[in-house]
Design a protein around this ligand. Structure first.
Ligand code: NAP
Length: 291
């Protein structure tokens, strides 16, 4: 079994970005500027956004954190998005999801200027990605592709099974894995909560990408020998013995599955750090799109 070290690769990518930022500054250009909008006080969302802002500093980007109250109206939030769309100093921005229930997330996503949509959630970017055109690719699937590429894992002609069909992970990664080109050309099966005989599909996977959010869902007996396992799941599980009161669990029972896998990502330290690194990569791209 070979561990896919997302933490190490993410640090490498950040160093590469940092070098590019130095070069920009040497040429008299401004460093890229990422803004993050957070609505409310959800603990996990605050942690994610905090890490994103911290990572900007690490690579020399400018960053702006916009914290808005839980009870902000949809119109007020749309107004904030519009200001960011028009602000020439901001190259790219994200609106951290989930949003409070009274706000229509689709409406907010649609209101973001696609050229600044570094999360890659706008239909314009999603559509371009599906058509194989240059676009912002959602950071988590982008990170998975990058990991497979950097570990030189062969995907062409392989059977990839994706568990989960969300628009931020399952669906985009299934499109990318069966697209032509880098880390693609795979034959993809997407399974979800309505799939019958899900275990049969999982057992047939050469590459298994799990994004369902159920801790330890994938067990040793469900996978075949030599499988490549990418565990996207991140779930906080209460653990009174830990300092924080919870532990982070993936979808895969790592301890039992690792002996059967040829490659496997740990949780934490696998896909998670890559998501942030690829958001930074998208921000660098937005800088060139908008200048
Ligand atoms: P989501 O929107 O809740 O989607 C979950 C998907 O899994 C759905 O398609 C659902 O099927 C399917 N599913 C749920 N229970 C299932 C079951 N028992 N059997 C088969 N399929 C099942 O979640 P998400 O946003 O894609 O996130 C998935 C996980 O990845 C979460 O743990 C999340 O925290 C994590 N995540 C990690 C990162 C990272 O950076 N590492 C980034 C994003 C998300 P239906 O469609 O039929 O409901």
């Amino acid at each position: 079994m070979k561990l896919i070290d997302g933490k190490k690769i993410a640090l490498k990518i950040k160093d590469e970005i940092k070098d590019q930022v130095y070069k920009m500054i040497e040429l008299g250009e401004k460093p890229p500027h990422l803004a993050a909008v957070i609505v409310g006080n959800d603990g996990a969302s605050l942690t994610y956004v905090g890490s994103k802002v911290k990572s900007c500093k690490q690579v020399g980007f400018n960053s702006t954190l916009i914290t808005l109250p839980e009870n902000i109206s949809e119109n007020e939030l749309l107004y904030e998005v519009d200001k960011l769309n028009k602000n020439n100093d901001i190259d790219g921005f994200i609106v951290q999801l989930p949003l409070p229930k009274h706000i229509d997330e689709n409406k907010v996503t649609l209101s973001i200027n696609p050229n600044k949509d570094v999360d890659g959630f706008h239909p314009s970017n999603f559509g371009k990605m599906a058509l194989g055109m240059k676009s912002f690719i959602p950071a988590t699937p982008f990170g998975i592709i990058e990991l497979l590429d950097r570990y030189q894992i062969k995907t062409s002609g392989k059977h990839t099974v994706v568990i989960g069909r969300s628009s931020i992970v399952g669906r985009p990664i299934s499109i990318l894995m069966n697209s032509k080109g880098k880390s693609g050309d795979s034959t993809v099966t997407v399974v979800h909560s309505r799939t019958k005989n899900i275990k049969d599909y999982i057992k047939s996977a050469d590459i298994l990408i799990s994004a369902l959010g159920v801790p330890d869902f994938v067990k040793k007996e469900m996978v075949k020998d030599g499988v490549v396992v990418i565990d996207v799941g991140i779930t906080r599980v209460i653990d009174e013995n830990s300092e924080k009161g919870y532990v982070i669990k993936g979808d895969v029972d790592f301890e039992s599955v690792k002996d059967k896998a040829s490659y496997i990502t740990p949780v934490p330290g696998g896909v998670g750090p890559m998501t942030i690194a690829m958001l930074l990569k998208n921000t660098l791209l937005s800088r060139s799109i908008n200048s």
